[in-house]
Design a protein around this ligand. Structure first.
Ligand code: NAD
Length: 515
């Protein structure tokens, strides 16, 4: 986290200890045009490289990260307050896995592809080419500051784009680390640039006319960016907030579901776009489930040593969001099952892990993203009721369904308005880079990871080839006498049962009429 000083430096304060551990120079806004100039200059050479040459650079980057994994994990933990295990498991590993996936698949996904040509266009061949867009602007958040910056960056780079990253000002040390990793991996000058600073710097880059904006962050900022992008018709991907439901039916593996709820809600102190933020439990097992959940949550260790389970919050302002939601729920009669009321919280950045019951569907704690260690638990009686509860917010990023009944699990998963659904597990779709990632409703626009994650950074160019031997085409001028021939041609071609004889007769007649 940071405070902007007169000298325009970002002070890096380690949230877990409250100590200032570094200072990082902010990028002056007047330098924005220079960044774009450099990126455009670099684009020419970078986009001309073969995909295998580009992935060669990614290989070097990956090896550097493998060599320095421990150091990177410590930087992430210092900057965010998350425990080391989470830095390595949930931030570094997915980044490395994404690099691996891209190295393996980019060439096949982004190479020229042949597609079928319909019979009506006889004699031609059709292809799709993937042409890089140009300069891609990546704006990233603080909760998984490595992964959420680097995965879109490497995807855009593989496609032949140059990249400007504006990482979160809340975790500038990780931003600096990313800059350093790319520089030391030997990427050509200007291909990857990192600009440091807060929302003013982000806004300046957004209005600097990049060719694509890949944004991960809050719904509020996403809407601002989309408005700016609309002015210049810049395409975007928006990866925004979530309020993910977890639905537990009475036949679920209870012990597993309890452990998953605690981890899904409290990993990274709940600062996960796809953390379990609402827990719906079938009434017949509600009491038993709650008792087990309380026991599990009370057994978790908060701290910042190597064996801690839950680290600190990262961003002080997020504490206020959590406090406000909890206060409103308690004022309206909700009941604390674990944790403390906000007036009893300590001053530091470690928030109590809070399980809360007797909440109403219209409370902020149910409707708005908490992005903190809050878990409301609600009983339900029928499958349709659980689905309605789950779909009853403006968000739709991820969800989970818990039951031993495969048919029921799949039925419910299909009815959830959500970018992803996990059955008998939580969050884990994000760990398979072969699956698309993104939200429905206000959780975002677009998808990345998977093939989509490479293709979005390219223009899909349609190409048709004709040998160019014939003097004319049947649909070209002159039209004289052609209408009845086309009428018969199309009627015979599009009829449920094709009439090939009529089709051939009329096609030949059209060809002849061209002479
Ligand atoms: P944020 O929207 O406050 O900031 C995100 C980034 O946008 C930062 O780099 C910030 O400096 C920049 N920014 C802020 N205002 C800007 C402006 N006007 N123009 C350009 N850039 C601007 O979000 P945050 O607090 O850093 O992150 C938390 C949010 O991100 C949560 O809502 C969370 O759910 C969401 N998130 C979503 C995903 C996902 O993949 N869907 C992943 C992680 C986090």
């Amino acid at each position: 986290m940071h405070s902007v000083e007169e000298v325009q430096k970002l002070s890096v304060l380690a949230p877990a200890t409250g100590e200032i551990i570094a200072e990082i120079e902010e990028t002056p806004v007047h330098e924005v045009p220079f960044f774009y100039q450099e990126a455009r200059k670099a684009f020419g050479a970078w986009s001309s490289l073969a995909i295998s040459e580009r992935t060669g650079y990614l290989r070097k980057l990956k090896q550097l990260m493998v060599d320095e994994m421990d150091e990177i994990a410590k930087i992430i933990s210092d900057d965010t307050g998350k425990v080391l295990t989470e830095s390595i498991v949930a931030d570094i590993m997915p980044t490395l896995d994404a690099i691996d996936h891209i190295i393996k698949h980019a060439e096949k996904v982004l190479s020229r592809q042949k597609v079928k040509t319909p019979l009506l266009l006889i004699g031609k061949k059709s292809f799709i080419e993937y042409m890089p867009r140009g300069v891609v602007l990546v704006i990233s958040p603080w909760n998984y500051p490595l992964q959420l910056a680097m995965v879109p960056m490497i995807s855009a780079l593989a496609g032949g784009n140059s990249v400007i990253l504006k990482p979160s000002e809340v975790t500038p040390l990780v931003g600096k680390c990313i800059e350093d990793l790319f520089r030391r991996s030997g990427f050509p000058e200007g291909t990857v640039q990192v600009a440091h600073g807060g929302k003013e710097v982000g806004a300046a880059f957004t209005s600097g006319k990049p060719d694509y904006i890949f944004f991960t962050g809050s719904v509020r900022t996403g809407k601002i960016i989309q408005q700016q992008a609309a002015k210049d018709l810049i395409p975007t991907t928006l990866e925004l907030g979530g309020k993910d439901p977890m639905i537990v039916f009475e036949d679920a593996n209870l012990d597993r579901a309890v452990k998953a709820a605690a981890w899904g809600a409290f990993t990274n102190s709940g600062q996960v776009c796809m953390s379990a933020e609402r827990l719906y439990v079938e009434r017949s097992i509600y009491g038993k489930f709650l008792e087990k959940l309380k026991k599990e949550v009370n057994s978790l260790q908060q701290g910042n040593d190597i064996n801690s389970d839950v680290g600190s919050m990262t961003f002080p302002a997020q504490k206020d969001v959590v406090r406000e939601q909890l206060d409103e729920a308690l004022e309206r009669g909700a009941k604390l099952e674990t944790g403390l009321k906000p007036s009893d919280w300590k001053e530091d950045m470690f928030l109590p892990l809070t399980v809360i019951t007797e909440v109403e569907q219209d409370m902020k704690i149910i409707q708005e993203e908490s992005f903190g260690p809050l878990l409301p638990v609600v009983p339900f009686d029928r499958e349709e009721e659980a689905i309605a509860y789950a779909n009853g917010t403006v968000y739709g990023l991820n969800a989970s369904v818990w039951t031993q009944d495969k048919a029921k699990a799949r039925r419910v998963a299909s009815k959830l308005v959500s970018g992803a659904v996990v059955i008998n597990d939580v969050l884990i779709t994000v760990a398979n880079h072969g699956l698309p990632f993104g939200g429905t409703k206000e959780s975002g626009i677009g998808r990345y990871h998977s093939e989509a994650g490479l293709k979005i950074f390219c223009h899909e160019k349609a190409i048709m080839e004709d040998m160019g031997f014939m003097k004319s085409e049947i649909q070209w001028y002159p039209y004289k006498g052609k209408y009845p021939l086309f009428l018969n041609l199309f009627k015979s071609y599009f009829a449920d049962k094709r009439d090939w004889l009529t089709f051939a007769k009329n096609y030949i007649a059209l060809l002849k009429s061209n002479k």
